[in-house]
Design a binder for this molecule. Structure first.
Ligand SMILES: Nc1ncnc2c1ncn2[C@@H]1O[C@H](COP(=O)(O)OP(=O)(O)OP(=O)(O)O)[C@@H](O)[C@H]1O
Length: 732
């Protein structure tokens, strides 16, 4: 029996019904058949087709000259059938030098390499990438630098050709080989066999668009680029919510570290290779950081690559300053085996470590936790010497004023000359893009300067290009979600509407079924709404235990437990703040309710993106709006319209969405467009009337109804359980 029918009709509850929600077919549940969002028209590639001719040095389309294009068509070696798939991805002129990894030690890595069929010609690559709506662009004028370098190299031997003299465009679109099959990870890029097996074990059959586009870029030169002017790029990836970005950034890093560890007895390690952590992943919330660690552990099983989640009290680098006493340390409930106890008995007090020293290869952290661990008593940020990779997940928010200082401080502490940075999000403003380019450029200059000043002398670090990858339309919601906008005029109206979502009175009311999330603007509002709704589910169906609240003021343990209960299906409705808006993955979520409108279009994209993940049939995103939300509505309707455009083009039925927006078009057209300053202030502070302590006009911004307060008091006095709360405490 359906849970909502049960709620509506007050049918007698039987234990057998308790898990009907997860069992019944709901919009977002079930297996994902095709995790690709834009795959319906993907051309079938005939890979048996012989490799195409080399393209011209410059084709006038803004493409890179062939000799500089490390994503180029098959090398001549591949065409001759030398069988080394890894080399095919390298640029022309790449040496066939043996990699520094000994083949006998990493047998599992190289088994099967070279068994691949020839790679695709540029036209096919272009076609596939375009069908999947993948656009890859080289940012920054690095090409010009490379052309200059080439010119210098060749000027002694021959006169410069016209092609070389031609100006190089600032941004150039490129068409790397798409990764159409996970098996190609092994056969073309020599990815560690265990990693490929672990991917298969998770039942991932085909790569999602972001994986298809980014993995060839990030794996292309992970093994041998000794002779190439190109390096693995720094990457700025913008891909829809739930499109598998985590796997896309983890595979290259885990693979590279697994190989490095396998070669550790070769005595070929460069300075810093033996220093951990080797990679840093930064995420804005503990929930997301912990999820990344879980994904990472599944992916790296059997490779000896260790992940750790940064917790209070951990040390990331060794310090020589006097140790604090154990009483000064913050307690830490981490039982992670990758964290080792410091050896407090060895050495004088000056060299004693202060907390647990992380001995993991990949450290995942929120910005503040890591900055705290890196800052010494004088306020100096200690360097992360061994970090070769810095990954910023939800990069736009990490580079937003809220986290910017902390994130840049971590970035600057990664001092390795071969540092590669990748930034990932479903939304990325152009200001973030320029900040990234300028940070990479200035960091590069600083490294070059320090290398000049030290014994590293004349050796110059290889310059890595900055590449941007965009899937679909930038800053847009996934096309498989149904969006609903419900005007409620006032706060009591919103409360009524949310109750109607919980207890639909007719089949046309709403197709929204649990489990779903409800987002509010602030913690007090989340608490107030939770207090209002917790008795709306009959005790026979689980009562108040079916509705929970999650926010950042709760302890880490409560947060983790609540999330686990929601994932298990024990909690049906989770009232939360933007804490869960980004990154957190719920496989069977049927919908999202914006009880309070999101503070920006980007937040809307992320909130609604908790449903319809990995190509699943989308859930429903309901936004309740009142008078105070008017300034938000234009940007939200723009996002919905863009998603609708994508959806329409893909041939997905969109009657619902079109109907919802179209029927209210007159209303949205008549709403004022907020000024730039208004948008800025909304993003920073949300709706003023909903902020804690705001002076309220009658009926504005207060989540409370007298009737409900009475009802709650009555049920509490009857000992119905639940939190012992006073409704006024939670009104905002
Ligand atoms: N190739 C694949 N095939 C099927 N499912 C996949 C594949 N890759 C990842 N997934 C699944 O897709 C879901 C979403 O992945 P992930 O959390 O990495 O998305 P994301 O792009 O980081 O989303 P967000 O922008 O919300 O952070 C996860 O449940 C993951 O297990």
């Amino acid at each position: 029996m359906d849970v909502l029918k049960l709620l509506t009709r007050s049918t007698k509850y039987s234990k057998a019904n308790s898990h009907q929600t997860s069992a019944s077919k709901t919009p977002s549940s079930g297996q994902t058949n095709n995790p690709q969002l834009f795959a319906s028209h993907a051309p079938k590639c005939d890979e048996s087709e012989p490799p195409r001719k080399k393209r011209k040095a410059e084709n006038g389309d803004g493409d890179l000259p062939q000799e500089l294009n490390f994503f180029a068509e098959p090398l001549q070696a591949a065409a001759k059938g030398d069988g080394d798939g890894r080399n095919r991805q390298g640029g022309a002129g790449k040496s066939k030098k043996e990699t520094k990894f000994s083949t006998d030690k990493i047998q599992e890595t190289t088994d099967g390499v070279g068994t691949d069929k020839p790679v695709l010609g540029e036209e096919e690559c272009k076609k596939i990438l375009r069908t999947h709506k993948i656009k890859i662009t080289v940012l920054e004028n690095l090409q010009a630098d490379l052309v200059t370098k080439k010119r210098e190299k060749h000027s002694k031997k021959k006169k410069r050709s016209n092609a070389e003299e031609a100006p190089v465009k600032k941004k150039t679109e490129i068409y790397p080989q798409p990764l159409q099959d996970f098996e190609h990870l092994r056969t073309r890029y020599g990815v560690h066999g265990r990693i490929v097996r672990n991917i298969r074990q998770q039942a991932y059959t085909i790569p999602t668009e972001v994986q298809l586009g980014s993995l060839p870029l990030l794996l292309s030169s992970s093994t041998d680029l000794e002779d190439s002017v190109w390096e693995t790029p720094n990457l700025l990836a913008v891909a829809p919510t739930g499109s598998g970005k985590t796997l896309a950034f983890l595979i290259p890093v885990v693979d590279s570290i697994a190989k490095l560890k396998a070669s550790s007895n070769d005595e070929t390690l460069a300075d810093g290779d033996d220093v951990t952590p080797r990679a840093i992943v930064v995420a804005p919330t503990k929930e997301l950081a912990s999820q990344i660690v879980n994904e990472g552990r599944k992916l790296s099983q059997g490779t000896k690559v260790k992940f750790a989640l940064m917790r209070k009290g951990m040390e990331v680098v060794e310090r020589t300053e006097p140790a604090t006493t154990s009483d000064d340390r913050t307690s830490d409930d981490d039982s992670d085996s990758s964290v080792v106890e410091p050896n407090e008995t060895t050495g004088p007090a000056k060299t004693r470590k202060r907390g647990q020293l992380v001995k993991a290869d990949i450290l995942v952290s929120t910005p503040l936790a890591l900055v705290n661990a890196l800052t010494d008593t004088t306020g100096t940020t200690l360097p992360l010497r061994g970090a070769r990779y810095l990954i910023l997940d939800e990069a736009d928010v990490l580079l937003d004023p809220l986290f910017r200082e902390q994130t840049l401080s971590i970035w600057k502490s990664c001092t390795s000359p071969s540092l590669r940075v990748s930034l990932w999000s479903a939304t990325m403003g152009s200001n973030v893009e320029s900040l990234v380019v300028s940070t990479i450029t200035s960091q590069r200059k600083a490294v070059e300067l320090s290398m000049k000043q030290t014994s590293m002398g004349s050796s110059r670090p290889r310059r890595a290009p900055i590449v941007r990858l965009v899937i679909g339309l930038k800053d847009t919601a996934v096309p498989n979600i149904t969006h609903k906008l419900v005007y409620c005029a006032t706060e009591p109206g919103k409360l009524l509407a949310v109750r109607q979502l919980l207890r639909p009175t007719s089949s046309t009311d709403s197709a929204l079924r649990p489990p779903f999330l409800i987002f509010t603007q602030t913690i007090p509002r989340a608490l107030a709404l939770h207090a209002e709704l917790q008795y709306d589910i009959p005790p026979e169906a689980g009562g108040s235990a079916r509705i929970a609240v999650l926010h950042s003021s709760l302890s880490e343990t409560i947060r983790a437990n609540t999330l686990a209960r929601f994932r298990k299906g024990e909690v049906w409705v989770l009232v939360t703040t933007d804490l869960l808006a980004r990154g957190v993955d719920f496989k069977g979520l049927n919908g999202v309710v914006n009880y309070d409108a999101p503070a920006s279009a980007a937040t809307y994209v992320h909130r609604v993106g908790r449903t319809g993940r990995a190509g699943r049939d989308g859930g429903i995103a309901v936004t309740l709006w009142a008078k105070e939300d008017v300034p938000h509505m234009k940007s939200i309707t723009n996002v919905i319209a863009a998603a609708e455009k994508l959806r329409g083009k893909e041939g997905v039925p969109s009657e619902d969405l079109v109907g919802d927006i179209k029927s209210q078009q007159w209303l949205f057209d008549s709403l004022p467009t907020p000024s730039k300053n208004e948008k800025k202030s909304l993003k920073k502070r949300g709706v003023e009337a909903r902020r804690p302590g705001a002076k309220l006009a009658k009926g504005v911004g207060k989540i409370s109804t007298k009737v409900e307060a009475r009802k709650r008091k009555k049920s509490q006095s009857k000992g119905a359980g639940g939190d012992d709360v006073d409704s006024d405490e939670f009104s905002s």
